[in-house]
Design a protein around this ligand. Structure first.
Ligand code: PEP
Length: 249
């Protein structure tokens, strides 16, 4: 039995004041939900503050990125140990916006993932094909490569959550159909089972991301290989994020 995860990626939104309003409105709306892991991922500068706001609640704190070195002359970077120190339990790695705008590759994703896990964080590793890749028929190759290289060298997936986010569905309002998402999740689980064994592939949570909204989350979550959602836009409002967290009601 895989515990579902609903994670909100706040991207480059929310000042500390705005985060306070969001968290204070969100907590009462999700307090009765059972059996769902809830995560929020604010920008670096308010991690500590959001950690205080979520306090002893069920919500966990994630960063949106990290570097692979622990310290040194790397101006502008933040290390996994520093994220732990700021109160994070999770970090998102290799989001498609990082791959697209900040030149992240499967190799950097792999280095970051290994460093995050070594420091004691849980890594939410993002994979997903572009529209061009889907139309060219190379989706399976792309996902296989991203999963294989991104997780290369790991001996266990206990601290890994995968997020399948088709790039064409992120922030576009176009959600993958339930069948399209299930097909990709199934493929990812198969790749994981070949690389890490059936026990790991049975246990690893694979989240879907790409225009998840209150009105499509139920259908997506009904698919056997979809174990949760990585939510961008709809995580910025307490009502819509709470409705997604409450998908089982
Ligand atoms: C994301 O940021 O990971 C995402 C899936 O965004 P959105 O839900 O807005 O498509």
């Amino acid at each position: 039995m895989r515990t579902p995860v609903i994670a909100g990626n706040w991207k480059l939104y929310k000042t500390s004041g705005e985060a306070k309003g969001l968290i204070e409105a969100l907590l009462p709306l999700i307090k009765d939900v059972k059996g769902v892991e809830v995560i929020v991922a604010p920008v670096f500068t308010i991690l500590h503050r959001v950690g205080e706001l979520i306090g002893g609640s069920r919500v966990k704190l994630s960063a949106q990125n990290c570097f692979w070195e622990e310290e040194g002359a790397f101006t502008g970077e933040v290390s996994p140990g520093m994220l732990l120190d700021a109160g994070c339990s999770h970090v998102i790695i290799g989001h498609s916006e990082r791959r697209q705008y900040f030149a992240e590759t499967d190799e950097t994703v792999n280095r970051k993932t290994k460093a995050a896990i070594a420091a004691g964080l849980k890594a939410i590793v993002c994979v997903g094909e572009t529209l061009e890749e889907r139309e060219e028929g190379v989706m399976n190759d792309v996902l296989t490569r991203q999963v294989t290289k991104g997780l290369d060298g790991l001996t266990s997936l206990q601290a890994v959550i995968i997020a399948y986010e088709p790039v064409w569905a992120i922030g576009t309002g176009k959600t993958a159909t339930e069948a399209q998402a299930q097909e990709a999740h199934r493929l990812i689980r198969t790749v994981i089972s070949q690389k890490f064994g059936v026990d790991s592939s049975d246990k690893v949570r694979i989240l879907y991301g790409g225009s998840v909204k209150p009105d499509n989350v139920k259908g997506l979550m009904s698919q056997p290989d979809i174990d949760g959602a990585l939510v961008g836009g709809a995580s910025l409002k307490p009502e819509s994020f709470a409705a997604i967290v409450n998908f089982g009601k």
